[in-house]
Design a binder for this molecule. Structure first.
Ligand code: NDP
Length: 418
């Protein structure tokens, strides 16, 4: 794709322009800390006024920076491990652990966790450390974003992102000036997108499960479901790690505070809210309720995986038998757009599946509190906003062909609704 990387006033409108880029880096970190406080409080009400504020002593623990920096170093080490070579050396291992080293990192982390449990490490203590860990992750996000902003001035012109080069320092710091910054061969964005945050999320979840075991001698069904569903989601993302290479985050967005904070602080600490909530607010689930929730998660996962795989396969090899019979329309770029199969149902079937799963992750927490539904509400807003951004990019890329796709497939995410 060719685009003009000169200063673009139109790009400044994204995320509320300069005002958004100034307020979001203040508002979102405070939101993370606020949600963690609410979720650990007995009332757990997001509507409580005045809001629950922790004593400052609860925000800091000297162990937290050690754990956060150690975690980043450990995951960087896994990232650098020459797994591809190991795979080629060991055929049987390659059958088991075929495509991606992100999945290897998850497996090695699981082995280390098992070992640390066996050595008697109190993983449930992560519950007490949640706030200090979040404070440190937020601090690391700011420092890394600052480094990225400054180092981008040494990047060659062709390495800059379209949206993050307006000349306005606050906006560019937020959006990211450089598209895919590297230290040597270490791709910082590719690493941060999936490794430390996603694996950190399931480790925090597991810590919450262990805390529940400490408190009540066993893990509840609700906690097991939340852990299981989210582990499946993370394992799937890491197994299909290479698919991230075609996402908007990698292809279009610069690597700035928006993505760094999202990857390192927002995802691990807000996506694990349901598990943290269940530690303080245990829920009992009937077998029928649990079956319905498992079915909903299964349906969401099926739609999410099938639709993502169909598009990835089509983009990789349109002549592959699984996609070659699908109806398509031509575009002026030479690329074709699917208008049947999953992508003929709605224009973002993968978002539909993702949202069904989001609901299934909240339902085990019962109906008495709003907080566990924060993820569904936030994620709906995020995906509607993301869908609108993607539509803008696709309309600019495909012009009239995109308009005719929209006429053929009128609904964006929810069939017959939106
Ligand atoms: P998508 O995977 O939805 O990709 C959008 C791109 O697909 C478009 O830019 C276009 O790119 C291509 N495309 C669109 N329509 C068609 C069509 N009809 N035929 C062929 N190609 C088409 O983008 P995302 O990166 O937003 O999402 C990836 C996954 O990640 C989703 O499942 C989403 O739910 C998930 N996600 C999860 C988040 C989380 O926090 N849990 C956050 C964000 C996303 P081109 O034509 O150039 O190939």
């Amino acid at each position: 794709m060719k685009f003009n990387k000169q200063k673009s006033p139109q790009a400044e409108k994204e995320f509320g322009g300069t005002l958004g880029a100034t307020c979001i880096p203040v508002f979102l970190p405070l939101t993370v800390l606020y949600l963690l406080c609410v979720c650990r409080s007995p009332v757990a009400s997001v509507l409580q006024w005045p809001p629950v504020l922790p004593p400052t002593a609860q925000l800091w623990d000297p162990l937290a920076p050690v754990l956060i920096l150690g975690w980043m170093a450990l995951q960087s080490f896994f990232y650098l491990l020459p797994m591809g070579k190991v795979r080629r050396l060991c055929f049987y291992l390659s059958l088991f652990l075929s495509p991606s080293t992100g999945f290897h990192a998850l497996c090695i982390t699981a082995v280390l966790l098992t070992l640390s449990l066996w050595l008697g490490m109190p993983l449930g203590y992560l519950f007490e450390l949640l706030l200090p860990l979040a404070v440190c992750a937020i601090g690391v996000s700011f420092l890394l974003s600052l480094y990225l902003y400054i180092s981008s001035f040494w990047a060659p012109h062709h390495a800059l992102a379209q949206g993050g080069n307006t000349g306005n320092p606050l906006y560019d710091f937020f959006m990211g000036r450089e598209l895919n910054p590297r230290i040597g061969s270490f791709d910082l964005k590719y690493f941060c997108e999936l490794r430390p945050g996603l694996i950190g999320w399931v480790v925090i979840n597991f810590g919450m499960l262990m805390k529940e075991v400490e408190l009540r001698d066993s893990a509840s069904l609700a906690m097991i479901l939340v852990n299981g569903f989210q582990l499946l989601y993370v394992a799937d993302a890491l197994w299909n790690e290479e698919a991230v290479l075609t996402t908007m985050d990698i292809v279009h967005d610069g690597f700035g505070f928006m993505l760094v904070f999202g990857d390192l602080a927002w995802v691990p600490f807000t996506y694990s809210l349901q598990a943290a909530f269940l530690v303080v607010h245990p829920q009992s689930l009937s077998p029928l309720g649990a079956t319905a929730i498992v079915t909903l998660n299964g349906a969401g996962y099926y739609i999410f995986r099938k639709s993502n795989s169909q598009k990835n396969q089509f983009r990789r090899d349109p002549t592959h038998p699984s996609v070659s019979k699908l109806e398509t329309i031509a575009t002026a770029t030479g690329k074709r757009l699917l208008v049947s199969g999953w992508w003929g149902l709605v224009r973002h079937p993968n978002y539909l599946g993702d949202l069904l799963m989001a609901l299934a992750w909240s339902l085990p927490c019962g109906f008495n509190h709003l907080l566990p539904y924060f993820y569904v509400v936030y994620f709906t807003v995020l995906l509607i906003h993301r869908e609108a951004r993607d539509e803008r990019h696709c309309r600019a890329k495909y012009g009239l062909a995109w308009d005719s796709y929209c006429r053929r497939v009128p609904y964006r995410i929810f069939p017959y609704i939106y």
